[in-house]
Design a protein around this ligand. Structure first.
Ligand SMILES: NC(=O)c1ccc[n+]([C@@H]2O[C@H](COP(=O)([O-])OP(=O)(O)OC[C@H]3O[C@@H](n4cnc5c(N)ncnc54)[C@H](O)[C@@H]3O)[C@@H](O)[C@H]2O)c1
Length: 337
């Protein structure tokens, strides 16, 4: 008997939407890309490229399409919560890019609606699906470095996004550090108790837009692990993603990934490759792996390993981080809603 293929609709075909669309098309023959939706009608041309039958200007029309089983939400952050709620009420399974919303209260409301409607939900914390990250997490969980004492994360973008994007992004902690918060929690296997942040902003346009471009964050976990996160919106040498985990029996981590691993040293020069240019190249495999998990969950009726509870946890930390620099003091998470 021929089983109907799972049908997916993709909402928002910008930077990240295009990556997911391409990955679905190239790597997942077990699903059908039924439709795409974007407010920009010029993107209709992608239907031909990816052999997709339907283009909807309105996301509501895509979600109401009865032949669609699941949606990928890749629109700007300000639309995520309403699109998730609409999709959940129409019983569609959902993959949504981070963050779910800029507010903790709204994210909790979304959690309740997802649970009430019993739909699957996965949040796009792609770094959890990076092959190096998976190996390091396994080393920690298997006790290879003993009892974890500290986690050090460096996460620097090569260039800031546009000022328009920044204004609607919720700021550095909600837009960017949120990935690092999730990664730290996942490695620590614990909940954050306290957050303290120090910030600096050298880009005048970012400052004028009310955001920051440089931050150091300290997290204290319930199990006493201490974590430091070093962020910048601009790193002239490329996309700088590193992690180091130190414990009672050793240390493990991930160095920044370069374009090539070859190097040359002689009596006149040292030649080494620059780091990968940005997230699209650095996390290429992670985006495929996270989609694999989502598609597998749809086919086998499983719950995704990273869900709405993780979205609530990370936005809570991000809001505490924002509050900490505004008040210039440490913030205890239990004081937040
Ligand atoms: N996980 C990651 O690595 C990662 C990377 C980049 C962006 N993101 C997240 O993905 C989201 C999108 O970011 P981006 O950089 O792709 O943005 P983008 O601006 O490049 O793309 C957004 C797209 O959505 C479309 N759009 C706008 N309003 C819409 C609506 N109401 N319905 C449907 N489509 C609509 C726009 O026309 C555009 O094509 C953001 O929430 C961002 O935080 C995640």
């Amino acid at each position: 008997m021929n089983k109907k293929k799972i049908s997916i609709g993709v909402i928002g075909i910008g930077r990240i939407g295009k990556i997911h669309l391409k990955n679905l098309f190239n790597h997942f023959k077990s699903i059908k890309i039924e439709a795409i939706s974007d407010t920009n009608e010029k993107l209709k041309k992608l239907c031909k490229k990816y052999n997709i039958g339907k283009f909807y200007k309105s996301y509501q029309d895509l979600i109401k399409d009865k032949s669609i089983d699941a949606v990928l939400i890749c629109s700007p952050t300000s639309f995520h919560s309403k699109q998730i709620i609409f999709a959940a009420k129409h019983k569609k399974d959902i993959f949504c890019e981070k963050p779910v919303d800029l507010s903790l209260e709204k994210t909790i409301e979304v959690l309740n609606i997802i649970n009430k409607n019993k739909v699957k939900f996965m949040i796009g914390f792609n770094r959890r699906f990076d092959p190096d990250f998976i190996k390091v997490k396994k080393m920690v969980d298997e006790g290879k470095i003993g009892k974890v004492q500290t986690i050090k994360i460096t996460s620097r973008d090569p260039n800031p996004p546009s000022i328009d994007y920044i204004k609607n992004s919720g700021g550095l902690f909600i837009d960017m550090t949120i990935h690092d918060f999730d990664m730290a929690c996942n490695i620590a296997n614990s909940e954050v108790n306290e957050v303290f942040t120090s910030v600096n902003t050298i880009n005048k346009k970012i400052k004028k837009a009310g955001d920051i471009d440089t931050a150091l964050t300290t997290l204290k976990f319930e199990n006493n692990i201490i974590c430091s996160i070093d962020n910048s919106r601009k790193s002239v040498y490329g996309y700088d993603q590193r992690i180091e985990i130190f414990g009672s029996k050793g240390m493990c981590g991930i160095d920044k990934k370069n374009n090539t691993n070859t190097f040359l040293i002689n009596d006149k020069k040292i030649k080494k490759s620059f780091p990968k240019d940005f997230f699209i190249t650095r996390y290429k495999d992670a985006y495929i792996n996270e989609m694999k998990e989502f598609v597998d969950c749809l086919i086998n009726n499983n719950k995704p390993s990273v869900g709405i509870e993780d979205a609530v946890n990370s936005i809570r930390i991000a809001i505490a981080a924002k509050l900490s620099y505004k008040k210039n003091k440490k913030v205890e998470l239990k004081t937040l809603y």
